[in-house]
Design a protein around this ligand. Structure first.
Ligand code: NAP
Ligand code: F7E
Length: 338
């Protein structure tokens, strides 16, 4: 009988962590999730939703706690999803971003190395399309690939580029099985309310239910390659099952503006002209913007057999429907616990 696989997941309380926990549980893994802070607001929700996840108190900035996490979990697979992941926040908190999103990766790789687990544990690093930056000169017509030039445009993007290269460096230096997934934007029911797609679908639901009048956003022209998070965590897992550690882009190969997202989201509640409901405020604009992101997932499709299942209209629809159902509960007693 084969040994049960053990996975250690950082960022288990985040969007991708939730989807990944479900996927790994379905595959029979023993799952260990990092939980930080002396009173993490998401801990109880996590315990309720994923009773099978074994939580380990640790923080990506605390080397000792990471060594402890590795010793407790003895992982076959490590998924490093933990990060300051909000681009706007990273401009306001650049040093914290670099401590967690950049150096935190080094801390985790070192925890594996000093505990002698670099040979048995396969490592997934959550890299990002924000490393490309979307400027004219490095923008290929058919989308960014694993070979494209990097030019990050935010403290987040810069921190992720360090993380990407230190992860690759451990693969080259110590022969570790380190895979990097260069993931384009992926969204869904678990997306944080601070990201534009969920901010919109949450507001559309609120407007539909008479709970709010409008939503205030930043720039509406930027374009993103938006996919569904459930499809993307499947790709992460596939990268760690492949016979060679490698770098893979996951994307849809389509790009859409925020205006297009607004149009589809409001259409779900029967509103054709969304302009009366959308305000703009400079507070939500960034010192440097990434104008357009478009990815080429050809390598992941060919080598891993990865394929996204949810397209752009289906993504918007599922998010609006989910938020209408969720916010309908605001009328009920106990709704403030949401
Ligand atoms: P998310 O929802 O923002 O989750 C981030 C996670 O990081 C949370 O669980 C958070 O825990 C954890 N974290 C923050 N600081 C930490 C620290 N000091 N120590 C340990 N954990 C810490 O992000 P996501 O959308 O799931 O994304 C997962 C990963 O993929 C991130 O690394 C992100 O940068 C990257 N990525 C995301 C996308 C996307 O479109 N979603 C695309 C490309 C790459 P708390 O609950 O304690 O705050
Ligand atoms: O912004 C614009 C904003 O914050 C998308 C992260 O998961 O994907 C994500 O980063 C666009 C930007 O995502 C608002 O200026 C307008 O042009 O939803 P976002 P992001 O910055 O693309 C990448 C791949 C990651 O790796 C990141 O971790 O929308 N925008 N108005 C707004 N954005 C926000 N958040 N809020 C607004 O009100």
């Amino acid at each position: 009988m084969s040994e049960t696989k053990r996975a250690l997941v950082t960022g288990i309380t985040g969007q991708d962590g939730g989807h990944l926990a479900e996927l790994l549980h379905g595959k029979g893994y023993e799952i260990y999730g990092l939980i930080r802070g002396q009173r993490n607001a998401r801990k109880e929700a996590l315990e309720r939703e994923f009773p099978y996840v074994r939580m380990i108190e640790a923080d990506l900035t605390d080397q000792t706690s990471l060594i402890n996490a590795v010793l407790i979990s003895q992982p076959h697979e490590v998924y490093n999803l933990g990060a300051i992941s909000h681009v706007g926040y990273s401009f306001r908190n650049p040093q914290l971003t670099s401590d967690i999103t950049a150096k935190g990766v080094l801390n985790l790789l070192e925890a594996l190395r000093v505990t002698g687990q670099q040979e048995t544990a396969r490592f997934y690093q959550a890299s990002t399309s924000e490393m490309f930056g979307g400027l004219d000169y490095n923008r290929p017509g058919n989308g960014y690939s694993e070979e494209s030039l990097f030019h990050p445009r935010s403290p987040y993007g810069v921190a992720k580029l360090y993380a990407h290269w230190i992860a690759r460096n451990y693969r080259e230096s110590y022969g570790m099985f380190v895979a990097t997934g260069i993931l384009f934007n992926h969204e869904g029911e678990r997306r944080g309310l601070e990201f534009v797609t969920r901010k919109i679908t949450n507001a559309v639901a609120g407007i539909h239910l008479g709970l709010q009048d409008s939503v205030t956003l930043g720039d509406l022209w930027p374009k993103r390659d938006w996919g569904y998070a459930g499809d993307y965590v499947r790709g992460m897992w596939q990268m760690l099952q492949h016979d060679q550690p490698d770098d893979f882009v996951l994307a849809t190969g389509e790009t859409h503006s925020i205006e297009e997202f607004l149009t589809l989201a409001f259409a779900e509640i029967g509103v054709e002209d969304w302009s009366p409901y959308v305000k703009q405020d400079e507070a939500f604009m960034r010192p440097a913007e990434v104008d357009i992101l478009l990815g080429d997932p050809g390598k992941a499709e060919r080598v891993l057999g990865w394929k996204r299942e949810v397209d752009f209209p289906a993504l918007v629809r599922l998010m609006v429907k989910h938020d209408i159902a969720l916010r309908s509960g605001e009328f009920l007693p106990g709704a403030s616990e949401r």
